[in-house]
Write a protein of this length. Sequence first.
Length: 132
Amino acid sequence: GGKALYSGLVTFVKQDPLAAMRTADTSEIPLNVGIQMRGVSLRHYEGKELTTQCNLDRIDVQQNRQIYDLVGVKNGRYATKKGIFQFEAKSGNWNGFSQTLTCSKAVKVSGKDLQLTSTNIIFDQRKQQMDI
């Protein structure tokens, strides 16, 4: 009775809910990458409010599921209390531990009174601050 239920729960908890997203051919995927997705449409909500969205050519989610390597960031939109910003970048990295987004290689950010092109930016989610 109870032993079988416990054993079943342990098996269920150990299952990987994202296992179906893994590709069968892992020869081109680095060892630290747990999941690789291509042609991604990303949306991020804070509560019920859509704050960030973009399209990506590829996302590599590292085994720890806290670090995401982003490739081909396009059609980005970020909504803040100060306005809406559009963005794109050739590559980027989201670090869930530090809550920072680092973008490099031809970054473009634009808004109502802003046109920015840079080779590197760091956005700190906690501070709501962008460093160039």
